[in-house]
Design a protein around this ligand. Structure first.
Ligand SMILES: Cc1cc2nc3c(=O)[nH]c(=O)nc-3n(C[C@H](O)[C@H](O)[C@H](O)COP(=O)(O)OP(=O)(O)OC[C@H]3O[C@@H](n4cnc5c(N)ncnc54)[C@H](O)[C@@H]3O)c2cc1C
Length: 448
């Protein structure tokens, strides 16, 4: 039997946990076990179908493991004996560990609708060969229906239409696409950008069956009675924690069957087992309630905490704020923390500050884009709860700035006097910097 100090099971957050462990405990031997030969950049998966052109152009380099002295075993962990501290693999000898990290991720949700098992119905699995096969199908398809208008669904729609003569319809059962992530006005702006490309968007519509003779897909039937022609269906309706092996080994599960962890990312059941990423439970930063958010930003942050804490506590997890960005037909949309909708649903009394400015100064510079910012503050304390941005490339980093403001509980006053670095070709003008200006407006509203 092979022996090691640390076994990590998983991919993206597994690599991060391994690196974090080696950084804090360079004397420890770490083995990463993962099913796939190649780890795809999960957030890059939609771009396989357009911008990057194939799964081979969207991989996490294994050089990272070598560089950090982590041994890779490509195999599936099929059993865990917690008493003997032994993990059994499908094709290799068992491995004995001192500490183990679950980073087994999530699996796509597949709804129990008739026809879902037909040949040309695909979910979004993070698997190289599966996605290569899906790419071939997308290339041949004439009528693609995407079920789910969340960020995965709209990114797929936007990428699949690139350089192809194909009809694409997104079917979303809520009032708006991206409704769980963005406020209405941003959802509407995103929809308009998507529709400009020729993609059809149907909202308030639910797919009830996928029809076609035998294994073929010919149409999708909606609860409203409508039938949409389809020869390929892609499911983008969410994911569930991949916690089967953890459950089998007796680890306690929590919300949505995630592995239950404490703030050190240690499992509730076994002090030698940690978990991070989509496979484990999360709490909201704002109210401590269980959170179902699954994002790479959260997964890798948790992984850094888990890796650092394996032999002695270093970091604490302060909960999930949810920060992410997406791009639709060249326009970027990003959010950090609560939206106006979620803040109101939580019963918060809020003040909103909004501002817009070009992202260069003067605004007539080549490739300048109009940036829109909306900030949400708690009325009583002035503390920032969330922010949304739409604009160009800088949107991604602007929501990261907002994430820092939220995590450090900055107030509208703090942000109004924030010193933002500016440059004509790179940022908005220092006079009109939209995050600062939105905060200035909120300060006035808070003063009443
Ligand atoms: C299409 C798509 C787009 C996304 N875009 C974004 C984005 O833009 N921004 C963002 O923040 N998030 C995004 N996400 C979410 C993000 O990808 C996930 O939150 C992130 O991948 C979670 O990382 P993880 O390491 O927990 O799990 P995963 O990435 O799911 O990795 C788990 C790994 O564990 C392996 N594994 C599982 N069981 C075993 C076992 N028994 N033995 C060995 N190995 C095992 C799996 O094969 C897999 O390689 C996106 C997700 C998808 C699907």
């Amino acid at each position: 039997m092979k022996k090691t100090d640390v076994v990590v099971l998983g991919g993206l957050s597994g690599i991060t946990a391994g690196i974090s462990c080696r950084r804090h405990y360079p004397e420890k031997k770490v083995i990463l076990i993962r099913k796939e030969g190649t780890v795809l950049i999960p957030c890059g998966i939609p771009y396989i179908f357009g911008t990057v052109g194939g799964p081979e152009n969207n991989v996490v380099p294994d050089g990272l493991l070598e560089k950090n002295g982590i041994e890779l075993v490509t195999d599936e962990a099929i059993n865990l004996d917690r008493e003997k501290k032994v993990v059994t693999l499908k094709n290799h000898e068992p491995i004995q560990y001192e500490k183990l990290v679950f980073a087994t991720g999530s699996l796509p949700l597949v709804p129990p609708i008739p026809g879902v098992n037909k040949e040309n119905v695909f979910s979004v699995r993070k698997e190289f060969d599966y996605l290569k096969e899906l790419l071939k199908k997308v290339d041949k398809a004439k009528d693609i229906v995407i079920i789910g208008g969340g960020f995965i669904g709209v990114e797929f729609a936007d990428e699949c239409r690139k350089n192809r003569d194909v009809n694409i319809t997104v079917v979303e059962m809520m009032d708006r696409c991206l409704q769980l992530a963005l406020d209405n006005e941003y959802c509407d702006e995103a929809r308009a950008k998507l529709e400009e490309t020729g993609v059809k968007v149907l909202t308030n519509e639910k797919v009830v069956s996928i029809n076609g003779k035998e294994d073929a897909v010919e149409s999708v039937e909606l609860a409203s009675g409508k039938e949409i022609k389809a020869d390929l269906v892609i499911l983008g309706i969410g994911a569930i924690p991949n916690s089967k092996l953890a459950e089998k080994s007796g680890l306690e599960l929590g919300f949505r069957k995630g592995i239950k962890v404490d703030r050190l990312m240690r499992s509730y059941t076994d002090k030698n087992i940690f978990a991070c990423g989509d496979c484990c439970t999360k709490e909201s930063f704002f109210d401590g309630k269980p959170s179902g958010i699954m994002l790479a930003s959260v997964a890798t942050s948790e992984a850094r905490i888990a890796g650092a804490n394996l032999f002695s506590p270093v970091h604490h997890n302060c909960g999930v704020i949810s920060v992410f960005a997406t791009v639709i037909n060249g326009r970027a949309f990003g959010v950090a923390g609560l939206t106006e909708r979620t803040a109101r649903e939580n019963g918060e009394k809020i003040v909103i500050g909004e501002a817009a400015a070009a992202d260069t100064h003067p605004g007539g510079m080549p490739n300048a884009t109009m940036l829109k910012v909306k900030l949400i503050f708690a009325k009583d304390t002035g503390i920032i709860l969330g922010g949304a941005v739409s604009g160009g490339k800088s949107t991604g980093e602007m929501v990261n700035v907002l994430s820092a403001c939220i995590l450090h509980r900055m107030t509208a006053n703090d942000i109004a006097v924030f010193q933002m670095g500016t440059h004509p070709a790179l940022t908005s003008s220092p006079i009109a910097y939209p995050i600062v200006n939105a905060a200035c407006k909120a300060v006035l509203s808070i003063k009443g």
